[in-house]
Write a protein that binds this ligand. Structure first.
Ligand SMILES: COc1nc(N)nc2c1ncn2[C@H]1C[C@H](O)[C@@H](COP(=O)(O)OP(=O)(O)OP(=O)(O)O)O1
Length: 192
């Protein structure tokens, strides 16, 4: 398991670089997705994806925002569907754009965290449920971007970033800690 490093090579972005990343995505279709991390004290709830996109990787819980629901409602619904629990204090923490070489659509992932929930984490058809200590996160079995922004999430901060992938390897990216959630959400222009 990889250790959390405090200095990410991508944590060097100026607002100008973030704007450049936004420009790269402008005009391209965005797919709105949620990702919710349950962090309780010194442990994080992760699930291994059992099918579809990201199969075999550990991640937080999330998915597509459906018509008629807000992003937060989508994040809470996905957590309930995939892990069987209802978060009661979910809060926005970041926004990440992910581009995969050769694909037109850019993923627009809104990241939330929660520490309180109702129910018992329960494995679903899509995801397992497993608690990991914050110093034992399975970064080698997670998306490659996670090791860069998790330290910000875990210390209570907010962030915005843009990562370009070739299959499951990062080929370029920028990541910036922001002062608050609003700044993170506004990073790439119009927000839904
Ligand atoms: C590429 O880097 C990523 N890193 C992380 N940590 N998470 C990512 C990355 N790219 C996408 N994600 C997240 C965003 C979502 O939470 C899921 C993908 O959602 P999914 O395709 O499973 O959406 P569903 O609505 O559940 O899809 P189904 O139609 O299969 O139910 O991954």
């Amino acid at each position: 398991m990889a250790a959390v490093t405090s200095a990410s090579p991508f944590a060097r972005a100026s607002p100008k670089m973030i704007d450049a990343a936004a420009a790269a995505a402008s005009g391209r279709p965005l797919k709105l997705l949620t990702l919710l991390l349950v962090v309780q004290g010194d442990r994080v709830l992760l699930g291994m994806k059992k099918r579809g996109f990201g199969m075999g990787k550990y991640n937080g819980y999330g998915g597509k925002v459906e018509a008629g629901e807000t992003v937060l409602e989508g994040a809470l619904r996905e957590l309930h569907e995939e892990a069987g629990i209802k978060a009661t204090d979910a809060t926005p923490r970041g926004r990440m754009l992910f581009e995969f070489r050769g694909e037109e659509t850019v993923m627009d992932v809104r990241v939330f965290s929660a520490s309180a929930f109702e129910g018992e984490p329960t494995e679903s058809e899509e995801m397992t449920t497993e608690w990991f200590g914050v110093d034992k996160l399975p970064f080698d079995r997670m998306w490659a971007d996670d090791r860069h922004w998790f330290p910000i999430l875990l210390d209570g901060g907010f962030f915005r970033g843009y990562f370009e992938f070739e299959k499951d390897k990062i080929v370029d990216g920028v990541l910036e800690r922001t002062a608050d959630a609003d700044t993170a959400l506004k990073a790439f222009g119009a927000s839904k």
